[in-house]
Design a protein around this ligand. Structure first.
Ligand SMILES: Cc1cc2nc3c(=O)[nH]c(=O)nc-3n(C[C@H](O)[C@H](O)[C@H](O)COP(=O)(O)OP(=O)(O)OC[C@H]3O[C@@H](n4cnc5c(N)ncnc54)[C@H](O)[C@@H]3O)c2cc1C
Ligand SMILES: Cc1ncc(C[n+]2csc(CCOP(=O)(O)OP(=O)(O)O)c2C)c(N)n1
Ligand SMILES: [Mg+2]
Length: 586
């Protein structure tokens, strides 16, 4: 059956199960856009291509499927770059399709020509320049396979104009893909698994470091069984949140620079670290030379380059986490670790006493208070998408998750502007779910043109704007480490409520906790998209994220939130052997 390259694109997308794509058309990709309607794949017209990539990424993270972004050549393609790099750093499966100038003029500085496969080589898992229409169907099939298999990641397909126009006999690819040099791993080496078992069975103070790999390998249930059988407390990375229920007695909360103090203390005192599908990012380890100095270390990861890359380990297991945990389960012995869990409870009680949400509120609105209010109102059931900065850390600390795929955030690249477009992707993927975008006043202004996309798509998105009139995270560093000189971080902002209303989005402003709770309740009742402008404390103890491990410090050397002494004493010693209260931040 004769098909043009353009038709093959949609035919193949449909065969890969794609229902929606995000993009902006232009000269070099118009041929591909033209037959779209015949294939009943929905197209979300974004307002900037960066947001097409972020939306595809948010779609992928919320749905577990591959997200798709489309752009034209030249500036359309280069606009995708930040979104592609964001997906690469967080192992998110997206396929980007870009138009390219016709093959005879490639390399001649033709109109809107750019070498996008060259530019994205280091930030894609793989990319293709298709020069023959006969290769196109196989390339698309491969691209989806590579994006979602093994360690997921972005794949880019660059499609010259003449290849989109050319006709060929369409032969759908069939059978299992066998790609030379690409073999996603499964179970771990039995000898390494046995070595890990010996360490686990001999440990007195073990801690599990649960990462994004728990979610990607769908290992939530087996991780839970493992932790319960071995009575091992679990701390998670930012991207690992939801991989282990936050309300579980063994949950320690997030680790790292802005993690729970109790989690960081436990890591530094542990005699065994079990790193499951996480890559020891520097936000997680603090000063490497003094990281977990008393602990033997086991690392399970399916990407060989991650093993012994940052932290040298005693046992490295190359494998899919779920399969490795299933191998370990029958081998590990039940344990109680009573003393260790009692010690953890003491640390936890102190953290709890410092937590600002347990203190009486004052006239100023603190970001933790409104995020806690959203958590309480939504019973922790919403999908939360964040931007990057202080509000992102507070969202991670105060929106407790018992379910996977419910926090979508740019971790590795830390891309400001990610929040709104990724939330659009998440809401498109999960129309059944309540989706909240928690954004800062700085990052929101990097991509807020997408409010128009929200309206055009009629998405009932809830936007919570943490408005502190600062590039807050940078300002906090200036307060702590640069003599409080707020160099180029103060933001003079527009009236965000009127701005939202100009787009047709209902807006509220909240300046204290009471107004916040009222606005949250009204926004949740409103059937369309909403924005709440939360005017929060700007600096000092009320405007900073605690705890904080300063750059270059060891994990336990945290800047803590001050606490009244009497509260610590009254909380110490409580709790049964394994019961751990919901963590507090301080
Ligand atoms: C302002 C800011 C502050 C931050 N502060 C913190 C902080 O305090 N604490 C914190 O934790 N993070 C923090 N982060 C995030 C941090 O930068 C990293 O993004 C995060 O720690 C990475 O988590 P991860 O290693 O679990 O996930 P990823 O980076 O996604 O790595 C996942 C790992 O799992 C492996 N994997 C994937 N699939 C499988 C599988 N099937 N089986 C086995 N392994 C698999 C991958 O190969 C990879 O090594 C911060 C980010 C920002 C922007
Ligand atoms: C694209 C981009 N530019 C710059 C930075 C550096 N940066 C990290 S956090 C931050 C401040 C964010 O401010 P805002 O969005 O208001 O959030 P807040 O920290 O105030 O909650 C900046 C500038 C970044 N992460 N991404
Ligand atoms: Mg701000």
């Amino acid at each position: 059956m004769k098909r043009t390259g353009a038709q093959i694109v949609w035919e193949m997308l449909r065969r890969e199960g794609v229902e929606v794509v995000f993009g902006i058309p232009g000269g070099a990709i118009m041929h591909t856009y033209h037959p779209r309607k015949e294939y009943s794949i929905h197209h979300v017209l974004v307002r900037h291509e960066q947001c097409a990539a972020h939306a595809a990424d948010g779609y992928a993270r919320a749905s577990g499927r591959v997200g798709v972004a489309i752009a034209t050549s030249g500036p359309g393609a280069t606009n995708l770059v930040t979104g592609v790099a964001t997906a690469m750093m967080d192992s998110s499966p997206i396929v980007c399709i870009t138009g390219q100038v016709a093959t005879p003029v490639i390399g001649s500085d033709a109109f809107q020509e750019t070498d996008i496969t060259g530019i994205t080589l280091p930030i894609t898992k793989h990319n293709y320049l298709v020069t023959d229409v006969n290769d196109l169907a196989d390339v698309i099939h491969e691209a989806f396979y590579i994006a979602r298999s093994g360690r997921p990641g972005p794949v880019l397909i660059d499609l010259p104009k003449d290849v989109q126009q050319a006709e060929t006999d369409f032969v759908p690819p069939e059978g299992e893909l066998q790609l030379a040099g690409y073999h996603p791993v499964g179970a771990g080496d039995p000898l390494a698994v046995q070595q890990a078992t010996t360490l686990i069975n001999g440990a007195e103070r073990p801690v599990i470091l649960a990462g994004h790999g728990v979610l990607m390998s769908d290992a939530m249930d087996v991780l839970r069984s493992f932790a319960e059988k071995t009575k091992t407390p679990v701390t998670f990375t930012l991207l690992g949140k939801g991989g282990f229920p936050a309300s579980h007695p063994l949950a320690l909360g997030m680790m790292g620079m802005h993690g729970e103090a109790v989690a960081n203390q436990a890591i530094q005192e542990a005699d065994l670290l079990l790193a499951f599908g996480m890559r020891f990012d520097d936000r997680v380890t603090g000063k490497l030379e003094r990281y977990a100095p008393k602990a033997r270390k086991v690392h399970v990861d399916l990407d060989a380059v991650e093993l012994n890359k940052i932290v040298p380990v005693d046992v490295a297991i190359l494998g899919d986490l779920r399969e490795v945990l299933e191998q370990l389960m029958p081998l590990v012995e039940p344990a109680s670790h009573q003393e260790w869990l009692e010690q953890i409870n003491l640390w936890r009680a102190e953290t709890h006493a410092r937590d600002v949400v347990n203190r009486p509120q004052n006239s100023r609105l603190l970001a933790p208070h409104f995020i806690n209010a959203i958590w309480e109102a939504t019973l922790g059931e919403a999908i939360l998408v964040t931007d990057v900065g202080q509000h992102q850390m507070w969202a991670a600390q105060y929106y407790h998750l018992d379910r996977p795929h419910s926090l979508i955030t740019s971790g590795g690249l830390g891309t400001m502007g990610f929040g709104l477009p990724a939330a659009i992707g998440a809401q498109v993927a999960r129309p059944d779910k309540e989706v909240w975008a928690i954004v800062g006043d700085g990052g929101f202004q990097m991509t807020l043109q997408e409010l128009a996309t929200v309206i055009q798509e009629q998405l009932p998105l809830r936007i919570a704007l943490c408005n502190n009139n600062y590039l807050g995270m940078v300002r906090q560093w200036q307060e702590f480490f640069y003599d409080r000189r707020y160099e180029s971080t103060h933001l003079v902002n527009p009236d965000f409520v009127r701005l939202a209303e100009a787009y047709g989005i209902r807006g509220w402003r909240a300046t204290n906790l009471e107004e916040s709770c009222k606005a949250i309740a009204e926004a949740r009742r409103h059937p369309g998209p909403t924005l709440i402008d939360f005017k929060t404390a700007q600096e000092g103890e009320e405007g900073n994220v605690y705890p904080m491990v300063p750059a270059g410090a060891a994990l336990h050397e945290m800047i803590r939130r001050p606490v009244p002494r009497v509260e610590i004493e009254s909380k110490q010693g409580g709790g049964d052997e394994t019961h751990i209260d919901r963590p507090g931040r301080g």
